[in-house]
Design a protein around this ligand. Structure first.
Ligand code: COD
Ligand code: ZN
Length: 436
């Protein structure tokens, strides 16, 4: 038997989460005061006869409401070239239009940051380094459409503007606007400060810090099941190394390959060569442990350049021809010359490392022409972060990229100088900082 009201559905309860408008500071002041009274603020109850609407204000990332709307974050700051990184508290502004706030989950220990610490490469000082990272978006600035709060993201140290000539020609790794703004945000200013001093952002990433403000094009959303340290690796060493093999050199199946420098990035060049079905993959390093480790990632032969002439050895291993593809993955004039000299006729020489400022490589100008060699640079694996990083994720998740063995050491942010000492001491594999 039916009641007279049986056709009327019970009231639905709708929850409306009202976001805060980044421009409205007055609202935030009220919100901050209310936050202290509880995590969520009931905004209103509306009933239209059918639906019951409970509107509430999510105060989500409480830290966003700190005094002055500036986040106090722990960061590793390079105040002066040649000095250890200083772990201290700095101010981080909230994201501006087109920017996101990321809670950093993991940051890789890459030699490129070391070059800045030693002054081998120039960068604006003071600076928060760290360009190989991953984390979670916790706040979006006005107008952001490429990422949402809660997204797990890989960080890209070339956040492409999408409008300059390089971007339009498909080379977003060389974005002109990013190049022109360097270690500042795309509008030329910084979000990091301490006691009134602006602090710069390495690669507009600056992930040696608990939080980072990053242009939205510098974050690549990935699934939440991708472990943060592996995601961080894709932010630099994987994309730089695998990309150098696949996108810069475009290795052909069956060819011979030599890789000089088998650290975090070089191991990824080796994995890229293996993915391209190269025949011989010769690992060249000055440390025996690195060479043995490289065999796990697809190297077929090893040459210890500490006690042998690597050019002669690579020529011997390739029947006197030299290697079809050679890679320099350390960063010096001498290793660049060695990579050139060990290449075969019509060989492709790909330079990934950046030598200290002012160093040169003496290339035989006659050999270049007579043997039709190609000498080329490769920056960020000639990759387009937003489309190519998801490819790297798929390759890892389908078991074709061995990132599980690549990350061998984990550190806290407080241990960052120790992490760099381990890199200097030639500890094998990659180190990664893990945040809570
Ligand atoms: N011959 C052979 N191997 C050598 C030699 C040598 N003479 N000297 C050192 N090595 C080996 C080391 O033993 C080590 O195994 C390896 O070279 C270097 O590895 P890492 O782990 O110290 O360095 P990575 O892999 O983190 O970084 C290498 C780069 C080439 C990327 C870096 O040094 C660099 O030049 N960066 C600048 C380029 C850049 O900014 N790229 C984009 C961001 S990474
Ligand atoms: Zn790097």
């Amino acid at each position: 038997m039916t009641t007279p009201h049986s056709d009327t559905p019970p009231p639905r309860i709708l929850l409306a989460k009202l976001g805060l408008d980044g421009h409205d500071r007055g609202v935030k002041v009220i919100a901050r005061a209310l936050r202290d009274a509880g995590m969520a603020v009931l905004f209103g109850v509306f009933y239209n006869g059918g639906d019951l609407l409970l509107a509430w204000w999510s105060l989500g990332c409480c830290a966003c409401f700190e005094e002055g709307f500036v986040l106090k974050v722990k960061a590793a700051v390079l105040w002066e070239v040649g000095q250890p990184l200083d772990i201290c508290e700095v101010d981080l502004d909230e994201p501006k239009a087109g920017e996101v706030l990321v809670k950093v989950g993991s940051a890789g220990i890459c030699r490129s940051d070391r070059h800045f610490m030693h002054g081998d490469a120039p960068i604006a000082i003071p600076v928060v380094l760290g360009h190989e990272g991953a984390g979670t978006v916790v706040q979006t600035g006005p107008g952001v459409t490429l990422a949402e709060e809660g997204d797990r993201v890989i960080l890209s140290f070339v956040p492409a503007c999408g409008r300059c000539r390089s971007c339009l020609e498909g080379h977003s790794n060389l974005c002109d606007l990013h190049g022109a703004t360097g270690a500042n945000m795309l509008d030329g200013t910084t979000r990091l400060h301490a006691d009134g001093t602006d602090i710069h952002h390495m690669g507009k990433v600056a992930c040696f810090a608990e939080y980072a403000v990053i242009p939205e094009t510098g974050v690549v959303p990935v699934g939440n099941d991708l472990p943060l340290d592996k995601a961080a690796m894709i932010g630099c060493s994987v994309t730089t190394g695998v990309g150098a093999a696949l996108y810069s050199a475009e290795i052909k199946a069956g060819s011979t390959v030599a890789v000089i420098g088998c650290g975090g990035v070089g191991l990824n060049v080796i994995m890229g060569a293996a993915l391209a079905n190269a025949g011989q993959i010769i690992a060249v390093d000055i440390r025996e442990a690195q060479l043995e480790f490289a065999m796990r990632f697809g190297a077929t032969h090893m040459v210890n350049a500490a006690d042998q002439d690597p050019v002669r050895q690579v020529r011997e291993l390739t029947g006197g021809r030299g290697a079809d593809y050679t890679f320099e993955v350390f960063g010096s004039g001498d290793t660049t010359k060695a990579a050139y000299d060990m290449a075969a006729k019509r060989g492709i020489v790909t330079v990934v490392g950046i030598a200290p400022w002012g160093q040169e490589a003496a290339i035989n100008a006659v050999d270049l022409v007579r043997n039709e060699k190609t000498l080329r640079g490769s920056y960020y694996g000639s990759a387009r972060s937003r489309t190519d990083m998801p490819v790297m994720v798929d390759l890892y998740q389908s078991g074709k990229l061995n990132l599980d063995d690549l990350v061998v050491r984990h550190y806290t942010l407080d241990q960052i100088n120790e992490a760099y000492a381990d890199l200097d001491n030639g500890e094998i594999g990659r180190g990664a900082i893990m945040f809570d």
